[in-house]
Ligand binder design. Structure first.
Ligand code: M6R
Length: 609
């Protein structure tokens, strides 16, 4: 999704901004641009496609200056063209970059047109910069003019604005889209994501809803939504390794798949003892664990799939009803809240617009409390939820979520066991057994990764496929959904997933010799039923890719390509057996030559509806 970088320094900021944009590439974008503010005015370069195309323009025609703003655009209003790329201007001296969506842009555009403003792009952003320009006609103070203009806007935004005047400063604001301020030594920055600024600072201030900030070389002044000056804490970025470094790997996605043993261990650390879940991992007040009578999980995409797995665990271990819903649906419907329901959100980024809107709606309703399972400690979701369990996966750069998913599952299993134990639904012996199993998770994932070479070989068979069907049963059904999502996201192969028992109720009609059917068949209680479903496929000439453990007693046969997966305790199967599917989609994408880390049309952090 769109990314913002802004800088004000005593040195030329062009390189800082371009490097910042490169660091934001992982979020997904289709064009980019930089505006540099110097003694001759505000000048910009924009380019469609990769940030490298923008760098080439700077190489050919350098722009130097000590104040600048930059942007990667993910098209919403208007095609990904150079004209629609940010920064947008009003006149020659005022430029803006913007993330989010201005919902009343049509109305504002018409009003501005009647006042003589000429629009050069199809974007909603251009209305903001003309509004600021219009305010400047009666309000000479740039900061105040920006504040005045913001009052007309409906929707979500993070903006950074520069004006070529005597007062050297940047003005930025957020409402509904994230924005951080980076603090340097006699230089300061703004960005939509702290990763964009790690090459220049590790000190960050996170802006809150409705904040407007004036950034100069010497300082930062934050005005809250009531226009009162606020001091906000400075956070020091504490990742030991810069996540934007791919290390020995060709793609971030592969690096992140291989990081899973380490980050799952980090997710477990301090949350489980030798034989029980440590309930204080939910914060000082964990009384909700005893009082909860229902759980409602809300999330999007891969996080939603993690929630679907958790439903099986919560109902099975804690014997409590659990419902799971995509956030974009929840936010717009009338909901009935059963007594003592825990509202649980899942999000890698903690900035997904639909999930945030769902949380805000839930806070108006009669839930027991809200718990966020999230990977980004500084995110809006974490700040706005009553309780938090961090997944500790470290920054995830690849658009296709991998380590964020398995750490979400780990955190969800911790939560399910904690609820079950506190509700008295789980004996101490059973809890000790489960926790014991969890201790071996990192080692199991390490083992699962050893199948990489075998899976790479299998992936070559997908080079010319256009469709695929994933099957699973029980908690492996959401894993099938996740496998299908991974494959379509990065290899652009149309993939669907079904609970295997649904096959004969429709999808069986699709099965022929061209349709690969991928099935994860751990040796669990559903094995015999799943084996019969596979027979139904084989009988119709379908090509079967079976991932099963030794005990499932399956093997290569005509039309059956068998890959052995590790035998693990049933409760851990969803976490361990998603790994072969991640590897499969990765290798298929490499075979097909797609952009693995930044698949077309997708964004890492979906900050608009
Ligand atoms: O940051 P979130 O977990 O809230 O993001 C939700 C989805 O946008 C995300 O999981 C998406 O489906 C991923 N690209 C999946 O790989």
């Amino acid at each position: 999704m769109c990314g913002i970088v802004g800088a004000i320094a005593q040195r030329n900021v062009a390189k800082i901004l371009l490097e910042g944009l490169s660091r934001l590439e992982y979020r997904g974008y289709d064009s980019s641009g930089v505006a540099i503010n110097n003694e001759v005015g505000v000048r910009a370069h924009r380019a469609v496609g990769k940030v490298q195309a923008l760098k080439d323009k700077f190489e050919a025609t350098p722009l130097d200056g000590k104040i600048g703003i930059a942007h990667t655009r993910w098209a919403t209003h208007g095609k990904p063209t150079e004209n629609n790329a940010h920064p947008h201007f009003s006149g020659d001296d005022l430029a803006i970059v913007h993330n989010g969506i201005i919902e009343n842009h049509d109305k504002l555009r018409n009003q501005l047109k009647t006042q003589g403003y000429v629009f050069k792009s199809e974007t909603d952003t251009e209305v903001i910069v003309h509004l600021i320009h219009q305010e400047l006609q009666s309000e000479p103070d740039f900061l105040q003019a920006v504040k005045n203009a913001l009052k007309y806007l409906e929707g979500a935004f993070a903006i950074a604005v520069t004006l070529n005047d005597q007062n050297h400063r940047l003005v930025a604001a957020r409402k509904g889209s994230p924005l951080v301020v980076g603090i340097g030594i006699e230089e300061n920055f703004v960005a939509s994501d702290q990763l964009a600024l790690l090459h220049v600072t590790d000190q960050f201030v996170f802006l809150e809803e409705g904040d407007v900030v004036e950034v100069t070389r010497d300082g930062v002044t934050i005005f809250d939504s009531q226009d009162v000056i606020q001091e906000r804490p400075v956070h020091v970025f504490n990742h030991n390794v810069d996540a934007t470094d791919k290390g020995e790997f060709r793609h971030y996605m592969m690096k992140e798949i291989y990081e899973q043993p380490k980050v799952i261990a980090a997710c477990l650390e301090g949350r489980i003892s030798e034989n029980k879940v440590l309930t204080d991992c939910f914060g000082a007040d964990s009384s909700f664990l005893k009082n909860v009578e229902n759980v409602h999980i809300v999330a999007c995409g891969t996080s939603y799939h993690a929630g679907m797995v958790a439903k099986y665990w919560i109902e099975d271990l804690a014997n409590l009803p659990c419902t799971v819903e995509v956030a974009s649906e929840y936010r717009y419907r009338k909901v009935a809240v059963p007594k003592n329901t825990l509202f649980l959100t899942l999000s890698q980024s903690g900035e997904t617009a639909d999930t945030l809107a769902a949380l805000r709606k839930a806070k108006e309703l009669d839930y027991l409390t809200s718990l966020a399972i999230c990977n980004v400690p500084s995110s809006t979701l974490v700040r706005e939820s009553a309780l938090t369990l961090l997944t500790n996966a470290g920054a995830e750069i690849g658009v296709a979520s991998t380590k964020a998913f398995t750490t979400q599952l780990t955190a969800l299993l911790i939560t399910a066991i904690a609820i079950a134990s506190e509700k008295g639904a789980l004996s101490a012996i059973k809890e000790a057994e489960l926790v014991n199993s969890m201790h071996s998770l990192p080692a199991h994932i390490d083992e699962a990764l050893k199948q990489d070479v075998a899976i790479k070989k299998v992936s070559e068979r997908f080079a010319n496929k256009h469709n695929a069907l994933f099957l699973g049963r029980g908690p492996m059904f959401p894993i099938a959904l996740e496998g299908a999502l991974k494959l379509k996201e990065i290899s652009y192969i149309h993939a669907e997933a079904y609970p295997a028992g649904e096959l004969k109720h429709g999808p069986l009609a699709l099965v022929d010799e061209d349709m690969p059917i991928i099935s994860i068949v751990p040796h669990n209680s559903m094995l015999d039923k799943l084996k019969s479903n596979l027979q139904e496929v084989a009988a119709r000439g379908g090509e079967l890719y079976v991932f099963a453990d030794k005990d499932a007693e399956l093997q290569n046969a005509e039309g059956v390509i068998f890959t052995e997966v590790l035998k693990v305790d049933e409760i851990l199967e969803p976490i361990v057996h998603v790994v072969p599917l991640q590897l499969l989609s990765y290798h298929v994408a490499v075979v097909k030559g797609t952009d693995v880390d930044q698949p077309r049309n997708l964004a890492k952090s979906v900050t608009v509806e």
